[in-house]
Design a protein around this ligand. Sequence first.
Ligand code: ADP
Ligand code: ZN
Length: 719
Amino acid sequence: MIVGVLVEISHQSVDKIFDYRVRDELKDKIKVGIRVEVPFGRQTLEGFVLEIKEDSSLEQLKEINRLMDEEVILTEELIELGKKMQQQTMSTLISCYQAMLPKALKASKNSNVNKKFETFYKLGNVSISKLNETQQKIINLFQDRELIPRKELLAISSSSVKTLLSKKILIEEKKEHYRMSYQEEEYPPIQLTEEQQKVVNQVALDSSNTYLLHGVTGSGKTEVYIKLIEKVLALHKTAMVLVPEISLTMQLISRFERVFGKKIATFHSALSDGERYDEYRRIRRGEVSVVIGARSAVFVPLSNLGLIVIDEEHSDSYKQDHNPRYDAKKIAMERSKMNHFPVVMGSATPSLDSYARAQKKVYQLLQLPNRVNHQSLPKVQIIDMSEELKYGKGHFSRTLIMEMKNTLEKQEQIILLLNRRGYSSFISCKNCAHTIKCPNCDITLTYHKNSNILRCHYCGYGTKMVAECPNCHENSMTPLGVGTEKIEEEVHKIFAGAKILRMDIDTTSRKGSHKKMIESFKNHEYDILLGTQIVAKGLDFPLVTLVGVINADTSLNIPDFRSSENTFDLLSQVSGRSGRGQKSGSVIIQTFNKDHYAIKYAKSHDYVGFYQEEMMIRKCLKYPPFYYLCYLKISSKDDLFAQKESLKIKKALERNLSSMMILGPSPAFLFKINNVYHYSIIIKYKKEENLRDVLALIIDHYKINKNITIQIDFNPTHF
Ligand code: ADP
Ligand code: ZN
């Protein structure tokens, strides 16, 4: 017997199936999709069995060392998906399979996540011994229970337990123990509104359609998802819900947990490797019928899938921004076609790409144009900050201060958004405008106030904050840019008595802290929730009647053709947090670009208006969704070499892809990182034609050159 094995090394030069012989005693246990340990050159590696056959074209085959699994890890469906994913992303096949699996199940010599066992005791032979009082008490506990956890018995008397064990009156038994637990709760049944019911009825569960649910904020999309899933479960099928990032959707998850209880599994970055492994095994054993998770959850091997829901479908987190650069939405659609079930994607601000497809009837459009509570969407005021600088206090306009005061007096709550993509607190010289950059990365260093250190966000380089400018030698280096800490200080000054909860990456990194914060804000232990993008999405607090956006502009200034779309999304989403309960809400947006169309359409809650204007611009500038983009990144430690090869690649592309626009090469947005230089080439095209063949030739040409790496990103979300 011969097996074809794909080994764990992700490199184009070894990304193929290698044949191995199987010893007789292993033959019965070998299956396609399990992991095996194999000799590979001078190393020992793990790999996946992808083929079983009788003959090989090679003679001199090595033998596999041993089997790593009894049960199949890569199901037939996953094997198939991996091949499609490789075609789509042009990454190595092994990287595609590894991306599908939790760490404990990846092919890797170095993973050591174990099953967690709990020790129990059961009764052995009692009749032979005389027992003292404590011992008898312990034995009596077994009258109505077969197994008792070790902890419970040790608490009574550890010496007695020891004696009973030595006499074999108690026998140890280890039982596998899952690290996660879920609680079903009393959940008052929700009667869907007529609009919601209509949407539910429109979804054909026996189709493989893709639906786009465009529902304004607070229109009750989550209840629609829940009802659809209940219908799917009634058909004895399973369902999957994808969400952007679990920390942004904690409330949604607890809602699902209340409804589906122990039937759900969750999958996200906040879980430990062990927890993920446990969840995965619960799924494989069919103990789970609803899975909720972020991007990579799209691969979980739920059998008998009947529906995939993709919430906040416009989020760029569905696209992986490192190899393999797959799009979870595309993978969901692949699975839908392979197994014949529908995909429902929902958003208050659908991505332009998806909405355009819905217009062309590639996707079916579903709509929830009204809020559940019949409240109108909140009233939005735009404040021109170039005027206000003269009158306001710090970063607060007079209007925002007044509205905040009113809201606090009425005992209602406020959300303040500091629009900060990436890090903006850096230091600069007041005299000569010199900034301090990372010596390895050519990136401005970020100022960390607490530790008084300047740090590189990319490579971790750190240096002490200095007052003297290295350029003009004046004592004039000062922090610029504004962080949530600074805004918090200002709020404290203006509203002395107000209780502020600050939520950002620094304050939420501890596990579980985010959930606690949300609960305490919901219980009105705080008046004001202040944060970055993290407060803009998915939160549902009925008492919030005012949303203030400190600085709408920062996301407009990012050099990315999607910056208007991203800004419109963010403003619409955060506005949607206001007035979700009985009381109507208002929103104040502070900006230096009051006439920008993204801000104007956000003010009037006009998604379709924004869509139409933005589509015209995209058409003129030949951007998606009118053209496809493919982004090539060419990297080397040798700047000159990278430049030279980039030019060669561009020429080759131009020669072979005459119908396409080839832009660049230019220094990448992040040009020098960790002493590696990056150049970018962008290909714009309408039809793919022979693009993939040409790229494959280029990859092949460079695959043995250690001085250069080439990365390919189709439909890039970051530049
Ligand atoms: P969206 O996700 O569209 O922004 P949600 O699903 O969070 O909206 O719903 C907004 C609020 O309305 C939630 O508090 C939810 O519990 C409530 N809700 C949704 N549907 C109904 C309904 N049919 N009847 C009563 N309340 C509802
Ligand atoms: Zn650096």
